[in-house]
Design a protein around this ligand. Structure first.
Ligand SMILES: *[C@@H]1O[C@H](CO)[C@@H](O)[C@H](O)[C@H]1NC(C)=O
Length: 394
């Protein structure tokens, strides 16, 4: 039999011949609501929910009425896993499927959309298929490997005629581990990864394990030490990796994760952590001209200054009236500390216009930029003609 035939009718064939790990994501808005009603019989339920709740009390799979709720009750969703035909098991946020096995997910809705780990999105090598059935969508992933580990989500679609949109609040997500006896970490294409550590911004070291049972530790290369973590400054999440919550300069350097499971012990990709003094906000420049009205021939100074965190670079650019005709203006940039305890500094750029001419009249704009963004401020300067000598005051 040609392979195409084999996989064309894949769903059924695989189910009946191989031992398949199939999982059903059920979007049952109704059952949980029904339970809540039982618990709180005094609470007045919303009309549409009452109807659905009653019809699903016994058998949630017998629901025929599609929920027409648009924005009413928040999504009540749960996941069910089917290990063998007809054997159901409720799934809570993550599951493990032995690598090599087939993953089959079902999600109630007509239609539904799926999202898969990025690696599969880029190239699934023909292993991934998504089929829409009458009342649910089916996602099938065959020949799985540890690299498939990640989040799979289903979004029921809300449709008006042919216009469909995802119902984000009703999304069902499941994190699927594919334990691989050879690979404790989800493989990475790179030998090392450079990561910016920004002041006070959480930073993720994405060493993702393929098995939730793996014990993961964090290590520094030089000096070679294990980095202790207590969950406050640095924490570990088996679905994401390590997070450094408020990076400081001492966190910089080469780090890597080590996973151990049974007799296996493996190191992750190396993370080169580079510390960057990162501002909390875009700069707030203040512009000031030495005078808003200058006599032709005199000198003009326009200053633009920003007070911000120490060691955070601010870049200034200027727009000025004489620009088009190439007036050769020049700027002086400087940085000076600001007193008062908090580590702050003032960055300043001064635009100098020697011997002002008519063409220098107009709007002066200074743009200050840091890593968070840019902000512009303007001021206008008027040029008054030089007074004739005979009119000069004595
Ligand atoms: C899955 O693996 C089998 C056995 O190695 C192979 O014959 C088949 O082509 C693979 N299927 C896909 C869709 O990659």
């Amino acid at each position: 039999m040609p392979l195409e035939n084999l996989f064309g009718s894949k769903g059924r064939l695989v189910l009946s011949t191989l031992l398949v790990c199939a999982v059903i994501l059920e979007l049952a808005y109704c059952q949980e609501e029904a339970q809540q009603q039982k618990i709180n019989p005094g609470r007045k339920p919303k009309p549409s929910i009452t109807k659905l709740g009653r019809s699903t009390n016994k058998s949630p799979r017998a629901v025929t009425a599609k929920p027409k709720i648009k924005t009413t009750a928040p999504a009540q969703t749960f996941l069910t896993q089917v290990l063998n035909r007809g054997k159901f098991k409720k799934v809570v946020d993550s599951i493990s499927v032995q690598s090599g096995d087939t993953l089959e997910l079902r999600c109630r809705g007509k239609p539904v959309q799926w999202s898969v780990p990025k690696y599969l999105e880029e190239d699934d090598e023909g292993r991934l298929s998504m089929v829409q059935q009458e009342r649910y969508g089916v996602l099938t992933l065959v020949n799985t490997t540890g690299a498939d580990t990640g989040e799979f989500s289903c979004y029921p679609m809300y449709c008006e005629d042919t216009d469909c949109r995802k119902e984000y609040d009703k999304a069902v997500k499941v994190f699927v581990f594919f334990p691989d006896p050879q690979e404790l970490f989800v493989p990475s294409a790179d030998y090392y990864e450079a990561i910016q550590l920004r002041t006070n911004w959480p930073t993720l070291l994405p060493c993702q394990v393929t098995s939730p049972q793996a014990k993961v530790t964090l290590h520094r290369e030089f000096p070679p030490v294990e980095v202790e973590f207590d969950g406050t400054e640095i924490s570990f999440n088996v679905k994401r990796g390590f997070t450094i919550h408020r990076p400081r300069p001492h966190h910089a350097g080469a780090l890597f994760c080590v996973a151990s499971l049974g007799n296996l012990r493996q190191s992750s990709t190396k993370y080169m952590l580079i510390y960057v003094n990162y501002p909390m906000a875009p700069p707030a420049p203040v512009i000031q001209a030495s005078s808003s009205s200058v006599t032709a021939g005199e000198n003009l100074r326009v200053s633009c200054s920003v007070v911000g965190e120490q060691d955070v670079a601010v870049e200034f650019t200027w727009d000025y009236p004489g620009q088009q005709i190439g007036r050769p203006l020049y700027t002086q940039d400087s940085i000076s500390p600001v007193g008062g305890g908090a580590a702050r500094q003032q960055s300043q750029s001064v635009l100098l216009v020697d011997e002002v001419r008519d063409v220098d009249q107009g709007t002066y704009t200074c743009t200050a930029q840091n890593l968070q963004g840019a902000k512009s401020v303007s001021t206008t300067v008027k040029v008054v003609p030089k007074a004739k000598p005979k009119k000069q005051k004595p």
